[in-house]
Unconditional design. Sequence first.
Length: 248
Amino acid sequence: MWWYEAPRTLAPVGYALERLYLARYRDQNVITISRSTSDDLRGLGFTGPIHVIPMAVSTPALRALPAREPVGRLVSVGRLVPSKRFDHVIRAFALVRERVAAATLTVVGDGPQERELSELADAHGLGSAIRFTGRVPEAEKRRLLQAADLLVAASVREGWGLTTTEAARLGTPSVVYDVPGFRDSVIHERTGLLTPPNPDSLADAVVRTLGDRALYLSLREQAWRAWRDLSWDRTAAAFERALPRADG
């Protein structure tokens, strides 16, 4: 994240100092939201207990899945910043369009890269096949997630794949990069597909999913079932159970 979000002169300094300023906490008790983050903390030398508590989202889960046939409606959600790598999403989408002529992409979110990404889409001749909505109200975001066939994402890393979980609760599986966070919220070949972090692999996985009806319907069903029972009560209870151990 340092290399993507910090100024070039600051990035190497922050990256180098991170281990040093975290060292004082290495024997402390930690609560975190994903196995990926737990593994990273161990890699940074943390030796104390690490409690991974389940995530929750506010997006209501569908009570039942309506019928759907995939036609190529893709959505990608997040801040338009370098670490989210929307440029990879757009390049992958351009490759998808070469094989799935009806495919469309809706990019939901705002940020400093909006103009740059719009220009990249124009450079690939994507025209009306791609739409940038900017920031939208929560209800509209849910509508767009539910209307899509697939959510696609190419972040450098996540703490947890929040948007993939929101999409899954609405019956929309994900095709995303195999990076920390996403590999916690997307179960490969069950609730979505994880791909090597490059646009060609992302495009191949999208085309494969859209072209295999049995695979798509299986991913959709399992994505919805996997995360439909998440709740803030469950998360709060897990957090509360971890607190006495942390105090001890």
